[in-house]
Design a binder for this molecule. Structure first.
Ligand SMILES: Nc1nc2c(ncn2[C@@H]2O[C@H](COP(=O)(O)OP(=O)(O)OP(=O)(O)O)[C@@H](O)[C@H]2O)c(=O)[nH]1
Ligand SMILES: [Mg+2]
Length: 301
């Protein structure tokens, strides 16, 4: 019998460094939503890549951040921390030539990690003169001991092979843990809700209310073969409802049609999508409300 390797690779870093984009590129499927805005990812999401005898189970995590004191902020940071603790390997992402206090906070969290840690310098395509990257990579690489350092661009696909080779090297011998065709652990309704939230985040500018979550309320087959899906966009304040709905419902309508197209592409099936916006006051500050909306609350110890 041939030897197989498999393991969990936690992908961590401050918000917006490119964690989800990298995992999607490595898995070759859009398993996690991405936007130009920080705090896009809110859950632990697996992206699975299987090649012959090696299975890499990438764990997407919420960006570790310092601002924000709500129950949701605590939950996001804790989810990221737990994923690191349970991993066989950790990839710490830092954006090219950009070091912030939040990166320093993540570095602090890495102190207790005992498994192999790789430093991944992301978005190298944004630096025109590559010589300018060298001092940054050297400086960041000296901040702790790393098992490997890989600068790459997920959007351009540069140097992903180097990362895959390093991860393969450090993964433990293990039977494969998922079916080889499976690319994520998340089901259809989760992905639908995420695609709606992605379109909403893209549509909202600076006025973005972070306390938005989406819940699939019903999903019924229609006579014409399509599916009828009804989803609720939960906001935390009355004033946010107007922002989400937009002038004469324009934003909700546009988000609805963009999300419908994205979901149809994911499902490969026609869809009728109905969106509602409702207020659940202060849900992001309330752990019970978070749990009822499908957030996995960390153990309280
Ligand atoms: N130019 C460039 N942009 C990138 C690259 N990787 C990611 N981005 C962009 O960076 C932004 C953030 O990417 P995400 O993948 O959502 O970042 P994240 O770390 O998952 O963010 P959170 O989920 O909020 O913690 C998006 O606009 C991406 O398109 C890259 O290699 N090059
Ligand atoms: Mg993300």
């Amino acid at each position: 019998m041939s030897e197989t390797r498999a393991g969990f690779i936690a992908v961590v870093g401050r918000p917006n460094v490119g964690k989800s984009t990298l995992i999607n590129a490595l898995v070759g499927a859009r398993v996690s939503i991405t936007t130009p805005k920080p705090q896009t990812t809110r859950h632990r999401i697996l992206g699975i890549r299987t090649e012959d005898s090696v299975q890499m189970i990438f764990v997407d995590t919420p960006g570790i951040h310092t601002g924000g004191k709500s129950a949701m902020n605590r939950m996001l940071n804790q989810t990221a921390g737990d994923s690191m603790r349970d991993a066989d390997c950790v990839l710490w992402l830092v954006q090219s030539n950009r070091w912030t206090d939040e990166d320093a906070a993540v570095l602090e969290r890495l102190r207790t990690v005992r498994c192999p840690v790789g430093l991944i310098v992301t978005k190298v395509d944004l630096v025109k003169d590559k010589a300018e990257l060298m001092p940054f990579i050297a400086k960041t690489g000296s901040r702790r001991a790393f098992d490997f350092v890989v600068p790459l661009s997920a959007t351009k696909g540069n140097n992903l092979d180097a990362l895959l080779a390093e991860v393969t090297r450090v993964l433990p011998e293990s039977p494969l843990l998922f079916e080889s065709e499976q690319v994520t652990d998340r089901g259809e309704h989760f992905r639908m809700a995420e695609l709606i939230r992605e379109r909403l985040f893209m549509s909202l500018d600076q006025e973005l209310p972070y306390a938005i979550t989406v819940e699939i309320e019903s999903d019924e087959p229609m006579e014409d073969g399509r599916r009828h899906v009804s989803a609720v966009i939960w906001v935390a304040r009355d004033s946010h409802k107007g922002i989400v709905i937009g002038k004469q419902g324009a934003r909700l309508k546009q988000v609805g049609s963009e999300a419908r197209r994205a979901i149809q592409a994911d499902l490969g099936q026609g869809l009728h999508l109905q969106l509602w916006c409702r207020v659940k006051r202060g849900w992001a500050d309330d752990e019970r409300a978070l749990a009822s909306l499908g957030f996995d609350l960390p153990d309280q110890g």
